[in-house]
Every structure is written in C-alpha cells, then in structure tokens.
Design a protein around this ligand. Structure first.
Ligand SMILES: Cc1cc2nc3c(=O)[nH]c(=O)nc-3n(C[C@H](O)[C@H](O)[C@H](O)COP(=O)(O)OP(=O)(O)OC[C@H]3O[C@@H](n4cnc5c(N)ncnc54)[C@H](O)[C@@H]3O)c2cc1C
Length: 463
C-alpha cells in the first residue's frame, strides 16, 4: 500500500484552507527585511517585491517558517549546529508520464544505477511530476557542466525508454544537517526548515516542520486567550529540538547508506561513461562483488522496510508522557453511535486501498488520534475507569474554572477499539490526559489522585 501526497499538492490544499478561513490573511510577494522585539510585541518589517515599499507588521508573536536560509534566524543571530559537509547534490525537476515505463511496479522511489544518471527518482506523481536527485561531484561535474541539455541526457538515460518529458528546473543543494541552537528568542519562534534542515533521505523534513507548528499553535493560542502563562512557550524548543535532532541524524545515516551502495558498484570516479558501465556489468557478474552489492542493498532496510519497525528502529508504541497518542482504529457502533457526531472531521476513507476487504475498509474509519480535538485537551478513559468515573468530574471542573475546553472519551461507553486489545488493556484502569497536539501529558493509573492530574495540568500550562 502506498499513500503518498506530493508536497506541492499538500501545499495547494493548505493554501485553500488558509484562503477560506476568515481568521487568516495570506499575502504573497513580501519578504522579511527586519525584526524588532519589544517586551510584549514583535515588529516585522516586510518589503513588497512589486512596489519596493516597506511595511511594519506588529504582533505579539512571530513564527518564522522562512526555510533553511531563514532571514529571521540570521537577524536574531541564532547559530546552528551540525556537521560541515562538502557533498553537493543536484535536483532535476521534470515532468513525464512514467506509468507506461513502470507498469505494475508502482513505487515512490526508483533507483538509477547507470553511471551517467546514478541517483534516485522520486515519483511525486507518476503520471506527471518527478524529481531526479544525484550527487554533483563538483570536481568532475562543476556547476557549468549542468546545462539543460545535460539534464535532458541524464533524465533520458534514467527513464531508459523513449518518453516525452520537459525539464522544469535544476538546482544544487548541500547534503548536510543544520539544527538551530534554540527555536525561540523572546516572542519569535523558528519552525520547519528555518529551525532544522536535513537531507530528504527519510522523507522527514516537512513532517517534522508540521509537527513543530502542531506543538506551538495551541500554546500560543492559550497564551493569547490568557489561559496559560508564557512559560508554556518555553517548552517548544525542548520538546521539538530533540526530535529534529533524531530525525536529522537518521536522515544523514540513510543518505550515507545510499552512497555506500553506489560505491559498491565500482563506477564512482570513472570519468569515461562506457568504461563505468562496463565496470557496473562486471561488478554484478563477479560473485564476490555481487555479494557486496547485495549486502549494501540489504543495508537500506532501516530506511525503507517499514513493515515492522516503522521508519526508525527506536520508534515503539508508547503510552508515556510526551509521546504521541498511539494510533488504534476505533468505532462508534451500537449505543456509542452518537460518538462520531461529536468529532470535527469526516471518517477516513481507505476504500482506495485494494488490499483491504470491504469489512476492513469499514473498520478503518476512525483513529484514537481523531478523539483529540486541536482546540481542546482530551481525557481518554479506560473501560474500568469509565464505569467508576470517580475523578473525572473534579478534573472537568478545574478545566472549566481556567476556561480551557476538555473533552472526555470513555472506552466502552463513547467509543470502542477495533481489533486492537493492546490499546484497551494499556488504559484499562486509568486513562490518558492528552494535549491539543495529540501528545500525552500524563498517563493516569487507578491510583493517580485527581489532585495529581490537576497539578500536572497546571504545571503544563504554567499557572
Ligand atoms: C528533493 C526533496 C524531497 C523531499 N521529500 C520530502 C518528503 O518526502 N517528506 C518530507 O516530510 N519532507 C521532504 N522534503 C523536505 C521538505 O521539502 C522541507 O522540509 C519543507 O519544504 C520545509 O518546509 P518549510 O515551510 O519549513 O520551508 P520551505 O519549504 O523552504 O518554505 C520556506 C518559505 O519561506 C519563504 N521565504 C524564504 N525567505 C524569505 C524571506 N526572507 N521573507 C519571506 N519569505 C521567505 C520561501 O519563499 C518559502 O515559501 C524533501 C526535500 C527535498 C529537497
């Protein structure tokens, strides 16, 4: 099963949502020029590209999502950490219909081993848009070597068949990781590539950026609503930076493993393409060399084999503080039928997954994550706790007093878990108190007092 949303498509969807939301204003064609901070405000000076005019935007907080070369990060003088690298990569963006070429072998990544075009094609949309990524090897292929004509030769070789295509762009980038030493300075926050940038080997960059703002948005909202103290904002760096650090190191490791595979083919550094192709053929014929190549292919498992381990070996299902609520399929049937109407979103439709039967499609409509509304805290209670319900009302009263919404979901009463008893048994005699960004504030056991729950909440929101 492959579910890939190409980034440009996702960005279009987000743009539509922003345009439709009366709380947001989208202005294009402005670049950030200066940032000044007072005690309770940030003044961002932006330059309009069309007129060259400068405008001041005054706000309480500023979230800088201005990419890996972040001007805001530069203005605030926030240094970055990471290893130096001289590995330059080239991305060629092209459009072609690759469906007749790949046939049944549909995938997202296609490895190209031919010495002229060695690299990888990311099939964003196999019928239309793709990118080819390769090592630039500056000493043999300097910037002037990369012309549109050369890119056409590379893509023609990579496709291997006579398919029409256009080169849309080609641009170099440096294979390295960079993590800002802090993601916050006063009332300004860095998010996305402005805070952390690392190679795309792992597909974690945008995912990491989205999780940054997921973490930050409800905190800023609570401070603006006077429901939380400013100390809640200082948890942003500590919670997000450690994750970006793990993602960045894993991405570099994945990238190095890919380069090791390429090196095992005996083609690197051989300038004559005919000779390099001959080396490749011989390497694959030679049993000893072939074994090395096979080993290097096996070495990519950590990156691509997500059947058992997800993307990274150290990710396991956790119910501990700070972890995201584990996903389990849930249902609203029988007396719980009303539960679904309390959710904001429509059911998930997985009917396009041909591997699933009609019954399975029906069971995969709602996730435990859907219980967590982005505007509210959530209490998910296990079966026994739901029935006895001794502490919940006091906790709810506390939330009402501080004017923060709390949604309570009782297993066996408001929803059921589908075929995943581990979720029910983990929270059987207690439950989970969850932040609006779907992460666990605390795990409640049968012996957790209501005062302890309230003190955890108070300390999280800084009151
Ligand atoms: C080839 C490739 C494949 C990738 N594949 C994946 C993948 O499969 N999954 C994944 O999760 N990630 C992937 N990534 C990473 C992902 O693309 C980035 O992490 C993501 O785009 C970062 O988003 P961002 O909004 O933080 O920064 P950007 O996308 O860089 O956006 C920054 C924005 O800020 C604007 N800007 C810049 N300077 C200024 C200024 N001075 N003033 C105003 N605006 C400014 C820019 O115009 C741009 O619109 C891939 C990256 C590459 C290169």
């Amino acid at each position: 099963m492959i579910h890939n949303i190409p980034q440009p498509v996702l960005e279009e969807e987000f743009t539509k949502l922003v345009e439709q939301d009366s709380n947001m204003i989208l202005r294009k064609g402005f670049s950030i020029h200066a940032v000044r901070q007072g005690e309770n405000e940030v003044v961002a000076t932006v330059k309009e590209a069309r007129s060259g005019n400068f405008h001041d935007i005054i706000a309480r907080h500023l979230i800088a999502c201005d990419g890996h070369k972040s001007k805001v990060r530069e203005i605030l003088n926030i240094p970055s950490e990471g290893e130096a690298s001289n590995q330059v990569m080239m991305t060629i963006h092209f459009n072609a219909n690759l469906r007749p070429v790949v046939g049944e072998r549909v995938g997202m990544l296609f490895w190209i081993m031919d010495p002229l075009a060695v690299g990888v094609i990311i099939g964003y949309d196999l019928s239309g848009t793709q990118v080819h990524i390769s090592q630039m090897d500056i000493s043999k292929r300097p910037l002037e070597w990369w012309t549109e004509e050369m890119c056409r030769a590379i893509i023609r070789t990579a496709i291997g068949q006579d398919v029409p295509f256009d080169i849309l762009s080609f641009r170099p980038w440096i294979f390295r990781r960079q993590i800002a030493t802090t993601f916050q300075k006063g009332n300004v926050f860095l998010a996305g590539d402005a805070a952390h940038s690392f190679p795309p080997t792992g597909g974690l960059g945008l995912n990491c950026g989205l999780a940054d703002v997921h973490n930050l948005a409800y905190k800023v909202a609570l401070v603006h609503q006077n429901a939380a103290g400013p100390s809640i904002l200082s948890t942003y760096t500590s919670e997000r930076r450690s994750i970006a650090d793990v993602y960045s190191k894993q991405s570099v490791k994945n990238g190095k493993q890919i380069l090791a595979l390429v090196q095992s083919l005996n083609t690197e550094g051989v300038e004559d393409i005919t000779q390099a192709r001959q080396n490749l053929t011989e390497a694959l014929k030679n049993p000893k060399q072939r074994q090395k190549v096979d080993q290097e292919i096996e070495g990519q498992k950590e990156h691509f084999d997500n059947s058992k381990r997800l993307l990274m070996p150290h990710i396991t299902v956790q119910f501990s503080r700070g972890a995201r609520v584990p996903h389990a399929w849930i249902s609203f049937t029988g007396s719980n039928r009303q539960g679904a109407s309390k959710l904001r979103q429509k059911p998930i439709d997985v009917s396009y997954v041909t591997e699933l039967t009609a019954v399975q499609v029906n069971r995969c409509q709602w996730s435990t994550l859907d219980l967590c509304n982005p505007n509210a805290f959530t209490l998910i209670l296990g079966e026994q706790e739901s029935r006895e319900n001794p502490r919940t009302s006091k906790v709810q009263t506390r939330f009402q007093t501080i004017n923060i919404q709390l949604n309570v979901w009782r297993l066996g009463i408001d929803f059921d878990v589908v075929d995943q008893p581990w979720f029910a048994s983990e929270i059987h005699r207690g439950g989970l108190l969850v932040r609006p960004d779907q992460h666990i504030i605390m795990r409640i056991s049968h012996s957790t007092s209501r005062d302890k729950i309230i003190s955890f909440l108070d300390s999280h929101i800084g009151i």
